[in-house]
Design a protein around this ligand. Structure first.
Ligand SMILES: [Cu+2]
Length: 257
């Protein structure tokens, strides 16, 4: 499912995840403790219990502005109703922090915060060329779709996985956090966040379904487990808009005459 920062009826949620410590004067290479508290703006002093979803109450995704670094963490709960996690940033610059959680009685939501990290050499600009395959831990992943992805339409993302040339199937995938895999996609332009849980079918161990909200270059990370080991594979996906796709289709057709 896609997580949106909205209530059940589309109105904004009164709940927001606040960073209450660790957000300032962050330097590279130094351990930083980030402390969060979910706050209900209608009752700012009250504690906000979170529901466990996918085996954790709070999923924290941290990426840099270039979308070249990625971390999926699970902050720990303390007795004061705070959530904390220790992180070390290796490169300076702006970081985007996505807090993915569900307050009891509310829809799941994702809040976006930012951090500034200082010290050291700026990271290289991110990749903009489409990259539909990835290698990680001796595994080769390939998106088995050749058509361009288009915003606003149901997109199928079948992923073939091979190891030493041999295809993996659904039985080779261990569940990870209560799902076949976790797929996180973030748009380069607006930093839109999508978090989906793929299925397996008889042909592909991982098959995602989503609707890209708009045309953009999306970075996509697939996290999955085989033989008890967690893997993270990253992709770059170009998502066009439907009108441009029609024009491309015509141009392509002409080549055949
Ligand atoms: Cu997930």
């Amino acid at each position: 499912m896609n997580h949106h920062h909205q209530g059940h009826h589309g109105q904004p949620s009164p709940i927001a995840m606040k960073l209450i410590a660790g957000g300032g004067a962050i330097v590279t290479g130094k351990n930083t403790r980030l402390v969060f508290r979910p706050v209900n703006s209608n009752h700012p002093e009250a504690s906000v219990p979170l529901s466990v979803q996918h085996e954790a109450a709070f999923h924290l995704i941290i990426v840099n502005d270039q979308l070249t670094s990625f971390e999926h963490l699970h902050p720990q709960h303390d007795a004061d109703g705070h959530y904390f996690i220790d992180v070390t940033f290796n490169q300076p610059g702006k970081y985007l922090v996505y807090a993915d959680y569900q307050a009891e009685g509310y829809a799941p939501q994702t809040d976006r915060l930012t951090l500034e990290v200082e010290g050291g050499e700026q990271p290289a600009p991110g990749e903009t060329n489409e990259k539909r395959s990835a290698d990680t831990d001796g595994l080769h992943l390939a998106i088995a779709a050749t058509a361009p992805f288009v915003a606003g339409a149901e997109s199928h993302i079948p992923v073939a996985i091979t190891k030493d040339g041999k295809a993996l199937n659904a039985a080779d995938i261990n569940p990870y956090l209560g799902a076949v895999a976790h797929i996180i996609m973030i748009g380069r332009e607006d930093k839109d966040f999508l978090h989906i849980h793929p299925m397996s079918d008889s042909r592909f161990p991982i098959i995602g379904h989503t609707v890209f909200p708009k045309a953009d270059i999306y970075r996509m990370w697939i996290q999955f487990k085989t033989e008890g080991v967690l893997h993270t594979a990253s992709f770059t996906i170009q998502v066009g808009n439907a009108a441009a796709e029609v024009a491309t289709g015509h141009a392509h057709h002409h080549h055949h005459h």
